[in-house]
Write a protein that binds this ligand. Structure first.
Ligand SMILES: [Zn+2]
Length: 425
């Protein structure tokens, strides 16, 4: 695939021009074609031509995940349905969230993902094995296509056991592993246990979660490999939105695809480099589902100065958490708002609960404690078991991850939770 990465080295003035032009054309398109955006802008008394500089970006309204749900199924498309060639859907609370792609969008994502992997050091010589949970199916698809576009041999994930995956890794001499940091740590443990030395493996591209430096160094030493981290969000563009270069100093953002801002989550005001806030993005190259100032919910900060690699794209530090009680578990983002909606669906009300995230050999396991009281009660053990099962089933169907329900006495739950709704064990 033909790739032109020179854009990542544009001058500051070059970037400003590029961004302003693409921002204006995106605004013109959404104002004309997406009634939702027209209404939001009209409410602020704004027309696309009022945005004459990048500083004016702050005058534009935000888009939230709730907006994506409210506008299900078609109302955020900026192209007619016949121009959309692929639809991805994923669970929302009041309605599913859909993301459409035109043929050009798909090509752009493939280019971006290929660039991300190239920057990480993946080449056409590599054998790339992807090990991600089914809940990350959209990413699996995009990573697979990105690696294939580079000419690498790709082994997508299978529903088999870890031992099976290790066997494939040995027999096909996997050189690059794409997975989450927690699964990489788990695999490393399993390799020791099975006495398997992954001689062919040289690089792990880690997505979906961050990783502490000390743990990262240990993983690299244990497997004798290099690691690179990637950042992305499913609702916007997917993997490849941010990635580490060889300097490994923060994520370079794909600023030719979107315009990033860091805002104060309380006031909505943009923050300068170094200050922690919420990452907000405006897509610049997306045709089917453009997003204006989409609030990612991820907390991070812009890094100051230019990177030694020469890329002039903005960089962000590690993701330091999420707003709105969202947690990332094995690369899948789970919000308490969503858990509460599922509880209501299962039991007709939201019982007192505590989400416990337990680490067992590096893999996170979820346990949801529910308080038994007169509203949530069954006289028999079997009845209680069934009560738990209702939620467990709904959760797994939604997130593609298991979550065990434990019914406990209300006083005990309060004592353990100490006023919190999430507990990391
Ligand atoms: Zn760099």
């Amino acid at each position: 695939m033909e790739m032109d990465n020179r854009v990542e080295f544009l001058s500051e003035e070059g970037w400003r021009q590029w961004h302003l032009e693409l921002l204006q054309s995106t605004l013109n398109r959404v104002y004309e074609r997406v009634p939702f955006y027209r209404k939001l802008m009209d409410e602020k008394g704004l027309r696309p031509e009022d945005i004459t500089s990048l500083e004016d970006l702050r005058r534009l309204p935000f888009t939230t995940r709730e907006h994506l749900e409210e506008n299900y199924p078609y109302d955020l498309f900026a192209v007619p349905l016949r121009d959309i060639v692929r639809l991805h859907t994923f669970p929302g609370i009041s309605a599913p969230i859909v993301k459409g792609f035109t043929a050009r969008d798909l090509l752009a994502i493939r280019r971006l993902t290929a660039r991300f992997l190239t920057t990480c050091g993946v080449t056409s010589e590599d054998i790339v094995q992807i090990c991600l949970d089914p809940g990350m199916s959209i990413w699996i698809e995009e990573l697979k296509e990105g690696a294939e576009a580079l000419g690498a041999l790709v082994i997508p994930p299978d529903p088999q056991s870890t031992s099976h995956r290790l066997r494939i890794m040995r027999d096909f001499r996997t050189s690059v592993l794409i997975t989450t940091p927690s699964y990489a740590l788990y695999l490393a443990e399993m390799m020791v246990e099975e006495g398997f030395t992954p001689r062919s493996l040289r690089l792990a591209v880690l997505v979906g979660e961050g990783l502490e430096t000390s743990t990262r160094l240990r993983l690299e030493k244990q497997l004798g490999i290099d690691t690179r981290l990637g950042y992305g969000i499913t609702e916007a563009i997917g993997p490849g939105m941010g990635y580490e270069c060889e300097e490994r100093k923060g994520y370079h953002l794909a600023a030719d695809y979107f315009l990033p801002e860091i805002i104060d989550p309380e006031t909505g005001e943009p923050l300068p480099p170094g200050q922690k806030g919420e990452l907000v993005i405006t897509t610049l190259a997306v045709k089917a589902n453009p997003l204006i100032r989409f609030r990612t919910g991820d907390l991070t900060h812009f890094l100051e100065g230019n990177c030694r690699c020469g890329r002039t794209t903005p960089r962000i530090g590690q993701i330091e958490g999420q707003i709105d009680g969202r947690v990332s578990v094995r690369g899948i983002k789970i919000s308490l708002r969503y858990i509460e909606a599922l509880l209501k669906e299962a039991y007709g009300h939201v019982p007192l609960y505590l989400l416990r995230i337990k680490r067992s050999r590096f893999l996170e396991k979820l346990e949801l404690w529910l308080a038994i009281n007169e509203q949530l009660f069954e006289p028999s053990i079997l009845g209680l078991h069934r009560l738990a099962e209702i939620f467990e089933q709904k959760f797994e169907e939604t997130f593609g991850l298991p979550c065990r329900v434990k019914l406990v006495e209300e006083d005990h739950l309060r004592e353990v939770a100490k006023g919190q709704r999430i507990l990391f064990d």
